[in-house]
Structures are given as C-alpha cells and as structure tokens.
Design a protein around this ligand. Structure first.
Ligand code: GRF
Length: 225
C-alpha cells in the first residue's frame, strides 16, 4: 500500500512540522510529506522545507478576491498532490468551508491547551490567567467551529505558580512534538473512527497513546502500581 500523503499548512516557526519530518525519517511514522503550504513567505517552516527537499508553496490571501477563493486554491493544490491528510502546524488562519468540505474529517490541528478549555489564540496565556493547575495540548479534527472538532489525543502538563507564558509554552511544546506524529500515525494506519464527537482508536494497544503523562505524583496515581 502506498504511503499516506500529508499536506502541511504552517504560518510560522514550524517546530511541529519538524517533528513530523523527524518522525518520518526515523520510521516512527510511515507517511510522506507531499507539500508545505504557507501564507507567510517569511515563515521559518519554509527553511525547514528547503533543508529537507520538501516542495513548498506560498499562497497569500491578498492575492484572491475572497477568503473562499484562497481556500479553494489551497484545496486544489492539495488534491493535485493526492493528499490524504491535511495537517495544520501553526497555521494562523481560521480554515474556510471550501477546504473543510474538500477534506471531511481529513484535517488535523494541534492546540496548546486541553480543549474545550482555552480555544482560540494564546491558549497557554489563557490557562495561566485562569489559574488552572493542569494544562496541555490537544490534537483534534478540524470542523467549522474554532477548535471544536473531535479530540484525537491529549497530553497534560502541570502549570506551576511561577510559570510565564513562555515557560508553560515550552513545556507544552515538548509534548506537542510527540503527540502530533502519534495522531498522524494512528490515522495513517486507518485506526481512527469518529462517532459523533468521540474518536475511537481501533485495535487499541497499550503502546498507543490517547492521553499522555498525567502530572500526578506516582505515589498518588491509582493507575500506577
Ligand atoms: C503551537 O503551539 C501549536 O500548538 C499552535 O501553534 C504553535 C505552532 O508552533 N497551533 P510551531 O510553528 O509548530 O513551532
């Protein structure tokens, strides 16, 4: 069977994009990156694509008459390359309906908070300001609402009282880099089933991750013998 083809959409630094490149090179993930699409020609993600010989396209919304036309163009470029999963990796735009309709349940996003808490921008800052003691990250499917689609994997980290947005973001980012490739792996193996809002992982084995690293001291964790 041929590899799942990924289309990555990124607007910035691209560290999640890099984690997917690394998972593929180290054979943890059997997939291929067909194209990186960015709306920002200065995105560092572009440098990563160049370094790894990955095709990239800069598609800027201002070149289109409407937001819909911008997303129609993106969908066309992804279809042309036979993309089977669209991966948002720090793509700083709300995905338009034409792209969602072209790839139903085939677009993933990673969000730096435990959804449904703290959707939208600055999930880490929102968590600190709210005063929660645990936060984390969520990989989910993309639908029309903002950060509302079915949850695939979540990972938790503690929030310390002297955390800043930067220190919490850094702690969360480390986990983003492991759960995103893992969610893509489960998808590439055809093991993700969506029932309404709920995602089920078929043939679940203990090495599959659906929740990572609950930050409970071992001595208090009833799940650890
Ligand atoms: C990450 O924090 C991700 O959760 C959010 O945007 C950020 C992208 O970072 N969606 P990077 O560009 O992948 O380094």
């Amino acid at each position: 069977m041929s590899n799942l083809k990924l289309g990555i959409l990124a607007s910035g630094r691209g560290s999640n994009f890099q984690s997917i490149i690394d998972a593929i090179s180290s054979m943890r993930l059997k997939a291929e990156i067909a194209v990186l699409i960015t709306d920002n020609p200065l995105a560092f993600a572009v440098e990563r694509a160049k370094k790894h010989g990955i095709e990239y396209l800069v598609i800027r919304p201002k070149e289109f008459a409407s937001k819909d036309d911008f997303f129609i163009k993106i969908a066309e470029e992804l279809k042309k390359r036979d993309v089977g999963l669209v991966v948002l990796a720090g793509f700083m735009r709300i995905v338009g309906k034409p792209l969602i309709d072209a790839f139903p349940n085939m677009i993933m996003n990673i969000h730096p908070a435990l959804l449904p808490s703290f959707p939208g921008l600055h999930g880490q800052k929102q968590a600190i300001e709210y005063g929660v003691k645990i936060s984390g990250c969520t990989v989910h499917f993309v639908e029309e609402g903002i950060d509302t689609g079915p949850v695939i994997i979540q990972a938790a980290v503690p929030v310390f009282q002297d955390d800043t947005e930067e220190t919490l973001s850094e702690r969360i980012l480390k986990l983003e880099h492991s759960i995103y490739p893992e969610a893509i792996r489960l998808f590439s193996e055809g093991r993700i089933e969506i029932e309404g809002k709920r995602v089920r992982i078929k043939e679940y084995v203990s090495s599959d991750i659906s929740i990572v690293n609950p930050p409970i001291p071992k001595s208090l964790n009833p799940y650890i013998a």
